[in-house]
Design a protein. Structure first.
Length: 248
């Protein structure tokens, strides 16, 4: 299915009501990772993304906002998926994903040359018996483009390691373009492991969209980045795929 268009008034509400609690991700040459937008200063990529290089991981990674440890953005990404979720947090997460997929739908298509045929959300690891439907999956079902591709998590895994065996695709997707949606990128191991599993299922193009890139102010590069780039209210028009202007 196509992405439902996000009305202008909803986009404005996201900026006006919640713009002070989250900040856009940004790609700044020499300051942030060219894969996941984490502050690095003096390097091209952060350590995890450098370690993933050379593997058949996602062709591109996008992220809507930063989740800053100890700030409301961090708590929001945790509270929205609790067994008894915080309704306001869930609402903001829903709006952030809707804005990323709708406002920047053309950006996604320009980067790959075609819209995705399938989308998938990243399940929690390890899988648990009778695991409830992940809240992100419920949100994405209403707005994600194309057909859902179910990823099945394995019950025994090594946490935060890149491994295609952590997930399996419910069916082959030879030559297809698949969009993988994750809520929070910390090291990227979960999302990129999902990408490896989808690649093993035959996907030709894979993009990963994260709602939030988790960063720690206690890290020197992050502290410097936050100090040199003062908080600005969220701009829904800033591209979640480029960390800046939308691609031509």
């Amino acid at each position: 299915m196509p992405v439902p268009a996000i009305p202008d008034h909803v986009r404005h509400m996201l900026a006006d009501t919640y713009g002070g609690t989250v900040r856009n991700t940004a790609y700044v040459v020499g300051e942030t990772c060219d894969v996941c937008f984490t502050p690095v200063y003096g390097y091209t990529r952060c350590r995890p993304c450098s370690a993933h290089a050379g593997q058949p991981v996602a062709d591109r990674v996008g992220a809507a906002v930063y989740a800053v440890e100890g700030e409301q953005s961090h708590y929001m990404m945790r509270l929205y998926k609790q067994p008894h979720p915080d309704s306001d947090s869930k609402f903001v997460v829903s709006l952030l994903l809707w804005n990323a997929l709708s406002t920047h739908e053309d950006c996604l298509n320009r980067l790959t040359g075609r819209p995705p045929r399938f989308w998938a959300t990243v399940p929690s690891l390890p899988a648990k018996p009778a695991q409830r439907q992940h809240p992100l999956n419920m949100i994405a079902q209403a707005i994600a483009p194309g057909e859902q591709l179910q990823l099945i998590a394995q019950p025994t895994v090594a946490p935060r390691t890149l491994n295609a065996d952590h997930y399996r695709s419910e069916h082959p997707v030879p030559g297809e373009h698949v969009l993988i949606i994750d809520d929070t990128w910390t090291t990227g191991a979960h999302a990129q492991s999902a990408a490896l599993a989808v690649r093993a299922a035959g996907a030709e193009q894979i993009l990963v969209l994260n709602i939030a890139r988790y960063i720690k102010p206690s890290f020197t590069a992050t502290k410097k980045f936050l100090a040199s780039h003062p908080r600005r209210d969220l701009d829904p028009m800033q591209c979640c795929w480029t960390g800046g202007r939308c691609p031509d």
